[in-house]
Design a protein around this ligand. Structure first.
Ligand code: TXE
Length: 499
């Protein structure tokens, strides 16, 4: 992979938009260049699309949806296309993983795992395309049959962030396509490569032109055009809570539906009775996966007071063993932060924490590392009101707070504007079940961390968003229900005469 990366450094990959089945440059001809955060070398150039490109993509999606060829296609036909894309993802897993690693700086093994999991999602959605169905009511009297149709919602805009480019897109796009929608995809301007590669696989799989359009560009140009457009019926947005609010405001224009996956500040809750070594490993995984740039990162550690000191010290010890380095090196677990602005935000959050009274147990010294590598950091003596306990940092930073009993643990866990995920470590079944039921979050892992299955839905409570993706609910998100009232037999009643 080092050789292949070297070739990309010499000749950065060039990408084009995918609109109406054609591969095109931005109308104004601009490009966005992307450097690998870990290597400081240019690796990709995407079209710098503007509003005009976005409008062309939206028009293509609208036209294809209104023509109905995909919207009314046999589910088996849709499934075949989706399965073929899944196969292309598997066949091209090495290339896709390399692009993902060079653009995001996540370790190569993680990129490869994400590509293969993305393929699973396309396969799973293919299955749903064949079983999507409505309902019937045969209990409305002898002259009435009620049908409930499930129809595709229409044109869907999918706007994705930079942290899991192909994976987050694959949690949404195949489900929207399985439902029969037409789509405009806007990936993050920092990591558009794998989304743009997908255009070729969709075309080769035989997706009708215009059903999926993929364009690169910035949020204020392309993203905002999608949010504002009266021709877009729904937007699935994943990103910051700040832009989530922009999406809500823009959706008022044509009352478009929104599915939002936003920020998080998820707790890992460790009870004294749990398997401590397993919990330490799981807490580290949840806090540092993808360099902590993960919406469901376990960034708050709530640990039972009786074991807090020992747990925290052992955690710091184990963290030193986690290898940070070149993401192309198979032994690296932690790569570089996505860009300078994000790196500075992390450093500033840690400084704020220290100023508020938190104590650095390990890490927190980015100046001792080169480039954009931020060391895993544990902050102790954190109080619930501090910004490090409340704000999403999006870096490998763990804020530790001891708790006294189950009630206090649940109270701390729920004392957050967010509600995306929670991790619970205990061997006491009733504690595990009580936490699972009372924590206000979309996903709870018990004695486990971050395992994902296409079968299970994901999404957030509170300011972490709304709507659910993946699982069988994932396809329903992209549908509308319609009731059809079917009269049977002669018309006995007359409205006018009955008056
Ligand atoms: O997110 P943005 P960014 C959080 C995390 C991170 C912060 C900023 O805390 O530090 O957000 O990340 C597009 N209209 N998360 O800057 O800006 C943008 O081009 C329409 C949490 O990446 O929200 C990109 O495609 N679209 C999160 C997408 O929105 C707009 C994942 C996300 O960008 C737009 C990532 C606009 N006006 C960051 N402005 C998670 N929960 O996983 C921007 N965009």
């Amino acid at each position: 992979m080092f050789d292949q990366a070297e070739r990309i450094f010499e000749a950065p990959l060039q990408y084009r938009n995918f609109i109406s089945g054609e591969f095109t440059d931005a109308l104004e001809g601009g490009v966005i260049s992307r450097e690998s955060p870990a290597h400081g070398r240019m690796v990709s150039q995407y079209p710098a699309s503007t509003r005009a490109d976005a409008e062309a993509a939206i028009a293509a999606a609208r036209e294809s949806f209104d023509a109905g060829r995909w919207a009314f296609a046999y589910g088996g036909e849709r499934a075949k296309v989706l399965r073929e894309v899944a196969q292309s993802l598997r066949r091209n897993a090495d290339d896709l993983a390399l692009v993902e690693t060079l653009e995001t700086s996540k370790p190569l093994a993680a990129s490869r795992g994400e590509v293969l999991f993305a393929a699973e999602l396309w396969d799973y959605a293919a299955g749903l395309a064949r079983i999507l169905h409505g309902d019937s009511h045969n209990t409305l009297g002898e002259d009435m049959l009620g049908l409930v149709l499930r129809e595709p919602i229409g044109v869907v805009g999918i706007i994705t962030p930079w942290n899991f480019p192909l994976l987050i897109l694959s949690e949404r796009l195949p489900f929207a396509l399985a439902a029969g929608c037409s789509v405009v995809v806007k990936p993050s301007e920092f990591t558009s490569g794998t989304a743009l590669m997908l255009g070729r696989y969709l075309k080769d799989a035989g997706l009708p032109d215009g059903v999926c359009n993929i364009i690169a560009g910035t949020g204020d140009q392309v993203g905002q055009a999608i949010l504002d457009s009266p021709d877009v019926d729904m937007v699935a947005f994943t990103g910051s809570t700040r832009v989530g609010r922009v999406a809500i405001a823009a959706s008022a224009g044509n009352i478009k539906k929104l599915s939002l996956e936003l920020g998080g500040k998820s707790p890992s809750i460790v009870f004294a009775d749990c398997d401590q070594e397993a919990a330490i490993d799981g807490v580290i995984k949840a806090a540092t996966i993808n360099m902590g740039e993960c919406c469901i990162a376990g960034s708050r550690l709530l640990v039972e007071a009786s074991v807090a000191e020992a747990f925290q010290n052992r955690l710091a010890e184990r963290l030193q063993e986690l290898r940070m380095g070149d993401p192309l090196d198979p032994t690296s677990r932690i790569g570089a932060i996505i860009n300078r602005a994000q790196f500075d935000r992390i450093a500033e959050s840690v400084r704020d924490g220290v100023r508020d009274g938190a104590r650095i147990v390990c890490g927190g010294d980015p100046e001792n590392h080169r480039g954009l590598f931020y060391p895993p950091t544990v902050l102790a003596d954190v109080k619930p009101g501090m910004s490090v306990a409340r704000q999403e940092i999006f870096g490998p930073v763990l804020a530790v707070m001891p708790f006294g009993d189950l009630e206090e643990a649940i109270g701390f866990a729920n004392d957050s504007d967010y509600g995306l995920a929670a991790y619970v470590w205990t061997n006491d079944l009733s504690k595990a079940l009580t936490c699972s039921r009372r924590i206000r979050a979309g996903r709870v892992w018990v004695n486990s961390a971050l395992q994902g299955y296409p079968e299970l839905p994901l999404g957030g409570f509170k300011q972490s968003g709304n709507g659910r993706e993946t699982g069988r609910y994932g396809i329903e998100e992209y549908t509308e229900l319609k009731s059809v009232h079917l009269h049977i037999g002669p018309q006995a009643e007359r409205w006018v005469e009955g008056a």
